[in-house]
Design a protein around this ligand. Structure first.
Ligand code: GLU
Length: 448
């Protein structure tokens, strides 16, 4: 839909030139700048003091060598990253991704998205992201631990509960956060619980953090469906991925009366018409760390498919929860032809720009990741709150806060879209509402 405003085009050109070849970063910035035309038309003062140029340039980017020794005594080298993008609203906050596809452009796109997502939560957290091109697949527990220790040996000097607070993302879960926290504590001689989130419950983690991204995405989509008098009740749902986000999305969909009929990993997808059996999925993916085909092997009636796309499976609601650009324009057309009513992004930027355009043109309700998946980082901020007050909340109390936050994010996106003349456009609403909060803080803090 939106063509870019000409005043913002110069900003975008500069970003594309200065960050040559970083395609995912270009994609994320383009989408946000496309949304800002209506904001600067209404309030041209946002064009002053290079505020938008400053939002597009990370405050600090750290790239470092991560040497580690495998079980056979062989030395490996990976590259570590931490992009500290924006700290106008609070300490840099955002996950770490360990995956062979990681490069600076991917970490920058994730860090950039994180700024607006974190702003939307209404909580005091800035935006950042980090990770490594380390591939955890097939690595022993000892190898994972040594990698995490080496990674933290460099990163620790850049972190702090008031400076930068990492968490998990793809390839980084409770086990890795434990090893990272252990090494941070050892190097600094400080039990600084609030320096990392996604911790285990025994050493300062928050209840409901593991579930939060998936649960939050379902709360958001349920409220979005409600604007059209729909709900998850009796709906067919496809959730791509089978990591933390996908599993807890499926769990909450089932609680809301929907049926998840397919999920996936990078090797293919499974279709289970009687509804994905969550205990088995958790056993296969969380405990045994096996491929998704193992689910189909152990579940009668389930089918493993290793060609085509999971989006060929007809559904009422699609929840892409695997990784960036996993749902293409072709997939969007298939979903639309099959009558999809709503799409909620559980992952970060899982739909290509073409797919998003097709959904918008077809009038499909579309919840962008930076709003729909904000429940994870919001609950991270609640974990920081508990750590700061040396408190620990119950599951129900924490989930209630999460549900309230997701409803508020939904309503903010919806009312902002309406205010700017595009009712129902959650992409526009999320980008504008996130931007305005960050921009107001940056303005107040001066040119820094
Ligand atoms: N990686 C998650 C995200 O994309 C969570 C970040 C956090 O909890 O800091 O938002």
């Amino acid at each position: 839909m939106s063509k870019i405003d000409e005043k913002l085009e110069a900003v975008l050109d500069q970003v594309l030139r200065r960050n040559a070849g970083e395609l995912e970063f270009h994609q994320a910035v383009t989408e946000v700048l496309e949304s800002l035309g209506r904001v600067v038309a209404k309030n041209p003062s946002y064009l002053e003091n290079a505020l938008i140029e400053r939002i597009c340039e990370p405050e600090r980017q750290i790239i470092f060598r991560v040497p580690w020794v495998d079980d056979k005594g062989q030395v490996h080298i990976n590259r570590g990253f931490r992009v500290q993008f924006n700290s106008a609203l609070g300490p840099y906050k955002g996950g770490l991704r360990f995956h062979p596809s990681v490069n600076l452009g991917i970490i920058k796109f994730l860090g950039f998205e994180q700024i607006f997502k974190n702003a939307l939560t209404g909580l005091p957290i800035g935006g950042g992201k980090g990770g490594s091109d380390f591939d955890p697949r097939g690595r022993s527990d000892g190898e994972i631990m040594r990698f995490c220790q080496s990674y933290m040996t460099e990163l620790h000097r850049h972190l702090g509960e008031y400076t930068d607070v990492p968490a998990g993302d793809i390839g980084v879960g409770g086990r890795e956060i434990g090893y990272l926290f252990g090494q941070y504590k050892r190097l600094t001689n400080r039990y600084e619980a609030g320096v990392l989130t996604g911790k285990g419950l025994v050493y300062g983690g928050s209840r409901a953090r593991t579930e939060a991204t998936g649960y939050g995405a379902v709360y958001f989509v349920e409220r979005m469906l409600g604007t059209k008098q729909f709900s998850f009740e009796d709906k067919r749902v496809v959730v791509s991925g089978s990591g933390n986000v996908a599993i807890y999305t499926a769990e909450k969909v089932r609680e809301f009366g929907g049926k998840v009929v397919a999920c996936s990993d990078s090797s293919g997808y499974v279709v289970d018409e009687s509804g994905i059996e969550l205990d088995l999925l958790k056993e296969v993916k969380e405990v045994r760390r096996e491929r998704i085909s193992e689910y189909a092997r152990r579940r009668s009636g389930a089918q493993f498919i290793d060609k085509g796309s999971i989006w060929d499976v007809p559904c009422d609601v699609a929840m892409p929860s695997a990784t960036q650009n996993e749902l293409t324009g072709r997939d969007a057309n298939t979903l639309i032809a099959n009558g999809v009513a709503a799409v909620g992004e559980g992952a970060n930027m899982p739909c290509t720009p073409e797919a998003v355009r097709f959904f918008r043109e077809a009038g499909v309700l579309f919840a962008p990741g930076k709003a729909a998946n904000a429940g994870g980082v919001a609950t991270s901020a609640l974990e920081m709150q508990q750590n700061a007050s040396r408190d620990s909340w119950t599951f129900d109390q924490t989930e209630q806060r999460l549900a309230d936050i997701m409803r508020r994010i939904h309503d903010t996106c919806a009312s902002t879209a309406e205010e700017y003349g595009a009712p129902g456009d959650y992409v526009l609403g999320a980008n504008i509402a996130g931007f305005v909060r960050v921009a107001e803080a940056m303005r107040a803090l001066g040119v820094i």
